[in-house]
Every structure is written in C-alpha cells, then in structure tokens.
Design a protein around this ligand. Structure first.
Ligand SMILES: [Zn+2]
Length: 345
C-alpha cells in the first residue's frame, strides 16, 4: 500500500522564484522560443510512457501547443515530440565563473538546505520505514545538476551517494562547492551503461525523467540491473497549474511548455512503474499551483494598472496560500510529485 504525504510550506521559496514576478515578459519570451523549437519537431505518434497511438481530439492547448491525453495510461503528451534537436535547442548550459566566492558557497548551502534537505530526508525516512538501515542506503543521482541533492544526502549521513551529470561546468561547480568530488561528468551515451552497471540500491531522478529523450532506454537499464531496488523521482504533473496557464496566456508558463513536453498523472506513473517491475512505495505531493495562480493574478493586475489592488490582494492572499495549496495537494491535483518506487518481490 502506497504511503502518501501531502503539503509543504511555501516559505522562502517565494524569494527563490522572485524572478517569475519581476521578469514575466522576459520569461514568457524565453518560453516562446522553446515552444518554437518544439513546434519544429515531428508530430508525436505514440504516448511517451505506454506507446499507445495518440490522436483524436485535442485535450487542451496552451502557448501555441496542443496536448493529447493518452486513452490508455492517462499521460498528457504534447503534439510534437521531444527529440535530440529539441534538447539541443532548449537546454542552455549556464556559464560558471572559474573562481567561486564565499558568497556563492553561502547561497549554495542555503539553497541546498531549504529545497533539497527535505527531499533527502523524505527518501531516507521512507527507506528506513521499509527496513533499510541508514548505512545500507546507497544512491546514484542521475542528472545531478549542481549536486544539491547528493550534497543533501551526504550531509544527512548517506556517504555512499554520488551523481552523474552531462554538463562539465556544473560538475566542476558542484565539486568546488562541496570541496570534494561528489559528481562525475558523463556524456549522454555513457548514462545507460552507468545505470546498467551501478552497484547502488537506489537511483534518483530529481526533476529529470521529464527531460530524458531516451526515457525507455534509461528505464530498461534500471529494470535490468537488479542491484537497484528503489527509484526516487520528482516529475511535473497534469494539475491545476496547467489549467491556470491555459487560462492566462499573458503569463509565463512555468509548468507545461518550455522544456516540459509531457506531463504525468498518477495512472501514467503506475503504468511506468509496472512496465519495469516496480510498484509505488511512497509519495509526497506538494505543488506550486496556488503560487502560480497568485503570480498570474499579480501580473494581470499590474499590467492592467491595478498596482494598488495587487497590494491589497497580496496582503489577503499570501497568509492563506499554504492552506489553499494543501487542499489542492490532498485533492491529488498538485503540480509536482515526489515518488519512491520499489522493485516488486
Ligand atoms: Zn499512455
């Protein structure tokens, strides 16, 4: 029986995401360029998760993109396919300085502690409930980015944890911030063999599965390596955020579109797990739906010359934001999910 957890205080996340408020136009333009890149790709013929042929009526459209609902697994697929050409166009490697300051390090630690420690804690607690001792947990984080999640695991005592990441500059940054080698750089074609051969019992994909072009191949590698007993991932869900975005086309679409060309539902996650011989162990749903709605209303008020009303709205709405979001989370309509899958016995 899947254990379920809901909700998480928004708190300081607002500061992290403050760009979304002040740079709506810029962000919208960036997302539009990413949509151009996806619209150039061939049309998707089959569902990204279950391979059922797609077609029939469009489920919804937003920011020039049509979305189809898979009749078999419930996955929401963009009309156009994510391909290597799309990935090359939309994933821009950040540039990093060669000299990192103490200030960079402070920011790194603060972001890790605020966003990634709770995720790492969740994983560890759930694996402990499943009978693993802390020192038995070993983790490979795929698509490790700047190493925040691996760094959080290590801080919590999971020393047998490393990550792989395609971007060399990000790996250098992660290792410099942690003052030890916590990540390894690996070219795209090396990722599948690394997963096939890893000795760890847990592989993690934090905000990664939705970006993987060869998702089947990666999941097959997990299926075939029986050392791997757990998968932990977070993915974007078809949720209220999608609906708010479709209704507010003047506002930056953080969720559907941009680099996200398909969205999960509980049913497509279940299908994906079952296909590779895993089942749901635990989930934690906490979304940004209400924050998205709040942002969109603020942007529209501001653009309409209603700055004073926006202030009034903020004062009344922000204190109830967490409560509203918790209700959304419990209604199973949250924009994000964190899920632990366990290999079936
Ligand atoms: Zn499907």
């Amino acid at each position: 029986m899947e254990r379920k957890r809901y909700g998480k205080s928004v708190g300081d996340i607002m500061k992290v995401k403050s760009d979304f408020f002040t740079r709506n136009k810029e962000m919208l333009e960036m997302s539009s360029r990413q949509a151009d890149a996806l619209l150039r790709q061939p049309e998707r013929k089959i569902c990204k998760i279950c391979h059922e042929p797609l077609g029939g009526d469009v489920f919804y459209h937003s920011q020039r993109m049509d979305y189809y609902l898979c009749g078999k697994c419930g996955h929401v697929n963009s009309k156009h396919e994510d391909t290597d050409d799309f990935a090359n166009a939309v994933y821009i490697t950040d540039s990093y300085e060669n000299n990192y300051s103490e200030e960079d390090k402070k920011k790194y630690i603060s972001r890790r502690d605020m966003i990634y420690i709770p995720k790492a804690q969740f994983l560890i607690e759930e694996l402990e409930k499943d009978g693993l001792a802390r020192d038995e947990i070993s983790v490979l984080d795929d698509g490790a980015g700047s190493g925040y999640f691996v760094s959080a695991l290590r801080k919590l005592g999971i020393l047998n944890s490393t990550g792989v990441e395609i971007s060399g500059p990000q790996v250098d940054f992660a290792n410099a911030m942690n003052e030890e080698q916590i990540l390894l750089q690996a070219d795209p074609e090396k990722i599948v063999p690394i997963i096939r051969e890893t000795k760890v019992n847990t592989v993690t994909f934090i905000g990664v599965l939705e970006h993987i072009i060869n998702l089947d191949e990666i999941l097959d590698a997990v299926r075939d390596n029986t050392n791997i007993r757990y998968i932990f991932f977070s993915v974007p869900m078809f949720s209220f955020s999608c609906i708010f975005e479709a209704a507010h086309q003047n506002c930056y679409n953080r969720h559907a579109g941009g680099t996200h060309s398909h969205l999960f539902q509980d049913s497509s996650i279940a299908y994906m797990a079952d296909r590779i011989g895993f089942e749901k162990l635990s989930s934690w749903k906490f979304g940004s739906d209400m924050m998205d709605l709040y942002r969109m209303i603020c942007v529209s008020l501001e653009e309409g010359g209603n700055g004073r009303l926006k202030e009034e709205f903020s004062e009344r709405f922000l204190p109830i934001l967490d409560t509203l979001q918790k209700t959304v989370d419990e209604s199973e309509s949250a924009s994000e999910i964190h899920m632990i899958l366990k290999r079936k016995a």
